[in-house]
Design a protein. Structure first.
Length: 395
């Protein structure tokens, strides 16, 4: 990577796999960090094998969150493998993992042990629930975090079926918190000269996402539900769907009545005069809205709602969004060349820096692709590298 990037010169030893951890380390790599991805010989990161694909271990699920990294396939069950990693970590800046609590310690890569030889090391860990408490030993996973954090319970109304949020909300959020913690620790090290331990949990990240709702619950005993707002919703149109936000506008019901060309201004009716009354009569208000929206196309409704100053949007599929002009304007799709897969198209980093922007230097690595390169950079001679391959420590 480049010294001219924000994280140029920073070496990250990356034990992470699946989504939460790799999303963090990919972002570090996008901004110039030298990310060494530690993988199991033969198997590699779990996401190399979790999704059937024509490209096998180099499938799009893996490729999407492992660019700008180099793969070191080393058997950490052997003392020789552990010795190789300790040698690399001795001069590294950051070690990142997202195993269950205690796994890194059992492997011999706990913070205290590594910091004893590298006091500048930042040791970062993302877990499901942390190291203490009743769930500490429980495996962390996105859907599990949704359930425990209260996020899954919160839905538009009590008669809406409970369901899994279909995007990896907890993984991504926690991965970004993990990255933030690493950046804070790097900044602190500039002032103190010392590294530190960084820990984040999926449980905390999902709970923290609900700051406003939690503060209201803790201090007023009242549940805030943004999905239950009486003048907002998702409505079927003649050719799709549109979402309307009946808020942030003075007397929104008046403007909704105008946009829908209703026979009367609903805001003048006494039973809808206050927000509480609108909440109490949400079903009947929504029934009026739902009867009107199928009469026009999505594009017609977005124009009419826009004219009334009402926040709105067509409901896109992911394919729609990927092909949208705004995605292109924001340069959110990038490409990289993979040695066997060819051109890989994927999403760019969402953080835009004017002076030290993110760059895509390489596509995600093949398993063990950089074994020799990484070891040679860390002082291992060719004979030693050959011996490690012969022993099966490197594969």
């Amino acid at each position: 990577m480049s010294e001219t990037q924000a994280l140029g010169g920073i070496t990250v030893v990356d034990f992470t796999q699946v989504y939460m951890g790799p999303s963090c380390t990919q972002m570090l790599g996008d901004f110039g960090a030298n990310v060494i991805k530690v993988e199991r010989p033969g198997l590699g990161d779990i996401s190399r094998n979790s999704f059937p694909d024509r490209d096998g271990q180099d499938n799009p699920i893996f490729l999407s969150i492992n660019r700008n990294k180099r793969s070191l396939s080393v058997d950490t069950r052997t003392e020789e493998g552990k010795s190789v990693l300790r040698e690399i970590i001795a001069t590294a800046d950051v070690v990142v993992s997202n195993f269950r609590s205690g796994v890194m310690e059992r492997m011999g890569f706990g913070y205290e042990e590594l910091a004893a030889t590298n006091p500048r090391l930042i040791w970062a860990s993302g877990t499901g629930f942390g190291n203490t408490g009743p769930y500490a030993a429980k495996g962390g996973q996105d859907v599990i975090a949704q359930a425990y954090s209260g996020v899954m319970w919160r839905r538009e109304s009590a008669d809406t079926p409970l369901s899994v949020y279909p995007t990896t909300l907890a993984d991504y959020t926690t991965g970004m918190h993990l990255m933030q913690g690493i950046l804070l620790a790097l900044r602190s090290r500039e002032a103190t000269g010392h590294g530190q331990k960084v820990e984040v949990t999926m449980y905390d990240s999902m709970l923290h996402m609900q700051m406003q709702e939690a503060c209201m619950q803790l201090n007023r005993g009242y549940e805030v539900n943004w999905g239950a707002m009486p003048l907002s919703g998702v409505f079927a149109t003649s050719d799709g769907a549109v979402t309307m936000v009946g808020g942030f506008t003075e007397n929104a019901l008046h403007h909704i009545s105008r946009a829908l060309e209703l026979d009367e201004d609903l805001s003048l009716r006494p039973e809808y005069a206050t927000l509480q009354e609108q909440f109490d009569r949400k079903p009947e208000l929504q029934a009026i809205f739902r009867a009107e929206f199928p009469k026009r196309t999505t594009a017609e409704w977005t124009d009419r709602l826009e004219a009334e100053g009402l926040l709105n949007a067509p409901v896109f599929t992911l394919e729609d969004t990927l092909n949208d002009a705004q995605t292109a304007a924001n340069n959110m799709i990038v490409e990289a060349e993979h040695p066997t897969v060819g051109t890989v198209r994927m999403l760019a980093a969402p953080i835009h820096l004017s002076g030290t922007p993110a760059r895509v230097g390489r596509a995600a690595p093949r398993l063990g692709e950089h074994n020799r390169e990484i070891l040679a950079e860390n002082g291992f001679d060719e004979a030693t590298i050959n011996r490690l391959h012969e022993l099966g420590v490197l594969r």
